[in-house]
Design a protein around this ligand. Structure first.
Ligand code: C5P
Length: 225
């Protein structure tokens, strides 16, 4: 059964806390990304954990292996349940992150970003080919390097699961029918992503910009079951 992760992408730390409070008892997961973590740091993680959420820290690490390993240990020490790095950082970086995770008392799930869902063919300067195919081959690397899962668009989930059935798939770029796409390009509805086999659906603006975020989250969860 796929799980909903609500992306708390807001411009003030207090707003992030208030949004999380309004979602208590609905979605099991919240995602703290670059914006909210830059604003609120470890305090935001602690606040969401104390509200009972599982926390996905989505900072998409991409640096030299030693630095990424240190960042993974630091994230794990805050008690996050899931975190991300870029698979395009390569094998040595991903394996260093894996080793750092294994040495932590808490063992967060480690997900590798394949290709951002805001990108379409032609958007990645160094890659002229099909981005879906690139995502599938990066996912195969992620599995070999010991990651728990990958971040990919719903359009790649079936091909990734065929090649790597044990790899978890987390899909952003989810838009309920009729909602604004914004900067996302490779999008799917929640129902389509679940049918494709996605394990986690990350959804931000269709919930956070809704007049009643908890109601929007509930409606999406209902459509996922
Ligand atoms: O508002 P929206 O539903 O587009 O939010 C999607 C969330 O998923 C954002 O927080 C974004 O950073 C994240 N994300 C993404 N594409 C990826 C990885 C993460 O959109 N490949």
């Amino acid at each position: 059964m796929a799980e909903l992760v609500v992306a708390l992408d807001v411009a003030e730390a207090e707003q992030g806390i208030a949004l999380a409070q309004s979602l208590q008892g609905t979605a099991p997961w919240v995602k703290i990304g670059l914006e909210l973590f830059t604003l609120g740091g470890a305090g935001i993680v602690a606040a969401c954990k104390s509200m009972g959420f599982k926390v996905f820290l989505d900072l998409k690490f991409y640096d030299i292996p030693n630095t990424v390993a240190g960042a993974v240990s630091a994230a794990a020490s805050m008690g996050v349940d899931m975190l991300t790095l870029h698979t395009q950082g390569g094998e040595t970086m991903c394996r260093a992150a894996r080793t750092a995770c294994q040495q932590c008392a808490t063992k967060p799930l480690l997900f590798g970003v394949t290709v951002l869902t805001s990108m379409a063919d032609g958007d990645l300067p160094a890659h002229k080919g099909n981005l879906g195919q690139l995502a599938v081959s990066l996912a195969q690397g992620a599995e070999r390097w010991g990651l728990d899962g990958v971040v990919c668009s719903g359009h790649e989930v079936q091909r990734i699961k065929q090649a790597s059935p044990n790899l978890l798939c987390l899909t952003p770029g989810i838009r309920p029918a009729g909602s604004a796409v914004g900067d996302q390009k490779r999008v799917m509805t929640p129902q389509q992503a679940v049918a494709a086999g996605s394990d986690f659906l990350v959804i931000g603006r269709p919930i956070t910009r809704h007049e009643h975020p908890a109601q929007a989250a509930q409606a999406i969860m209902h459509s996922m079951s």
